[in-house]
Structure formats: C-alpha cells, structure tokens
Ligand binder design. Structure first.
Ligand code: ZN
Length: 329
C-alpha cells in the first residue's frame, strides 16, 4: 500500500527531480504471464491480493492448436515472469520465449522439482497394447513406431496439472519464483501458497469421494489428456479418439475404436469443448455408449484462482454422471 501511495504522488516526485527513482518505486509487483487457464489459476491464487497475472490461451482455445497473436507478443516482451508447462505442450511459445531478452524468468512448470511426469501413451488404444508398453519400458520403440509418432504431444504426457499432487508442487515452484523476483511480497506469496495447497488437499478428498463409485469403469476420451487424473483417482480410460488433438482419425481407426468400445464395454465417450463434437457422435452411433464432456483446460470457466478447483470438480462430476447412469441401449 505504501508503494501505491508513492506512485500516486508521482507528479510531486517529478517536480523535485526524482524522476530516476520513480519507475522502480512505482512497479509494485512483477508483470506475470501464464500460458493456459489452469496454470494461470494457480498463479492467480499465489498472487491474490498482490497483483494480477495475464493469461495467453483464453476461452475455448487449445495450446495444441494455438497461434500467438501480436498482443500476446507485446505482453511477453514486457513480462518479468512467464509460467508455462513446457515446450512439449505449448509449442507456440517455444520461439517467442527463446527470443525474449534475459530479463524475464521463464518457468516451465513440468520441470518443477518433485513433479510427477508420466510418459505419453501411444496409439490411442491402451489396454491391449502390451507389446508397445514393453517397448516403452525398454525405451527402444522409437524406430518401430516412427510412423505414428506424435511430435506435437512429444515423449511426455504434459497434462501434468490434472493430478492435484502435481498442482501442489507447481504452487511451490510459483511461490519460489515470485518470492525471488519480488521479495517485498515474500510473506504474502508464501501465505497464499500455503492456503492454496490446503485447498488442493481438500479438493483431492472431495474428488476421491465423487469418483469412488465409478472407479475402474471403462471410458474413452477425445485426446489423451487425462492420464494424471486417471492415476490419481483410479479411473480406467481405454482409449482416445484422436492420437493428436489436431489430427482426426480415418475410417480404419474409427473401426478399431468402435471394436474396442464394444469389447471393453465402454459406457461413455467424452468429447472436449475445444474440438467439434462430430467425431464422438460418429463413434457411439449405434452402440450403447453415451457422450459426456471432459475438459482439460476450463473452456467455459471464468479465469482466476477458483478455475483450477472448478475444472477438476466439473471433470469429476462429468465422469461420475455419465459412467454411473445405465447404458442407453
Ligand atoms: Zn493435450
């Protein structure tokens, strides 16, 4: 508050010739940019009461298909801190971030210490691909599966925020960065971080209770974004419609998906608001499976500290509602 007061007396300072001091005093908190809504939400939670963070990928956009706008570039150029998940998710940021001067702290949260990072699953039909899993463990699948490698999604599953334990680790990394960059607010960042982690603990128990009745019930998703959520809460996705969100499956693959859908007794196919619903509709047509909606990002949610919590809760509710009801057929 003292700083705010000082900046409001700026004309007086100018008048007494202290202009050189003004920029430093007037900047009360760093300019912070976050890539996607869930990351922005955690950052906004840590900065609550201190300042606002800017969000790049808004509304219904997907980081997989996003193109940087000129206004985003301007924003990045004046950023003190940029939080993103990492180059395997927000490919659109790789070049712009590399072009920034050394002034900004660029923090890839997927590299946060103690964060759980899973390997990307391959092929989009997971349960029966035992061979591929063995290859994966041996790390020698590169050549054999070159033809279907998805470079947009890379070697790691980057949807790390969907495990609440990872969100807690991310909060710690966000606090550490802000404290280093803006030590004047260290106490407030630390206090916000502690209360956020407490809220996330509560969220974990709440979601566990919501999802307990549908644990192990097979479902399919639009793209392979929910592995962390599945592992955290004992869920069983058996496949993804699209190997990469920006590439739609052909007729052969649709046939395989439909076969798996029937053989695995899939009760629900979840589409995503970031992508057209037609594919999911085509797949379930003539089968007993229902369509639900899962969203890894929070397309319809208001950005801010609560988004992360609403996002995970609404996905848990969507899974429960769809998987709990009896098949339509
Ligand atoms: Zn994705």
């Amino acid at each position: 508050m003292r700083l705010a007061h000082l900046s409001s007396s700026l004309p007086a300072l100018v008048a007494v010739g202290l202009i050189a001091l003004v920029p430093r005093l007037a900047v009360a908190e760093p300019t912070v940019v976050a890539s996607i809504p869930p990351v922005h939400s955690l950052v906004a939670g840590v900065m609550e009461g201190i300042g606002d963070a800017h969000l790049l990928v808004k509304g219904g956009a997907s980081p997989h298909t996003y193109a940087l706008r000129p206004s985003d570039a301007t924003l990045l150029n004046r950023a003190d801190i940029v939080f993103w998940v990492g180059e395997e998710l927000e490919a659109f940021l790789v070049k712009p971030l590399a072009a920034l001067g050394g002034g900004a702290d660029v923090v890839a949260l997927s590299k946060a210490p103690r964060l759980k990072l899973l390997a990307a699953r391959e092929g989009g039909l997971w349960e029966e691909d035992e061979d591929e899993h063995e290859h994966e463990a041996g790390g020698d699948h590169e050549d054999e599966h070159e033809h279907e490698h998805e470079h947009e999604h890379g070697a790691h599953d980057m949807h790390v925020w969907l495990d609440p334990a990872n969100a807690e680790v991310m909060v710690e990394a966000i606090v550490a960065t802000l404290v280093r960059r803006d030590p004047a607010h260290a106490k407030a960042y630390a206090a916000n971080g502690a209360s956020l982690r407490g809220r996330i603990e509560g969220l974990k128990s709440e979601i566990k209770a919501t999802l307990a009745p549908v644990a192990g019930k097979p479902f399919m998703v639009f793209h392979d974004a929910y592995q962390y959520f599945e592992e955290a809460f004992g869920l069983k996705a058996v496949g993804a419609l699209s190997v990469a969100p920006q590439r739609l499956p052909g007729a052969k693959r649709l046939g395989e998906l439909r076969e798996r859908l029937v053989s695995a007794g899939v009760g629900c196919v979840f589409r995503e608001p970031q992508f057209a619903p037609k594919l999911a509709e085509t797949l379930v047509d003539g089968t007993p499976a229902r369509i639900g909606v899962l969203d890894p990002l929070g397309a319809g949610l208001k950005s801010g500290p609560d988004l992360y919590f609403r996002l995970l809760k609404s996905n848990a509710e969507a899974l429960r509602n769809c998987l709990e009801s009896k098949p339509a057929g």
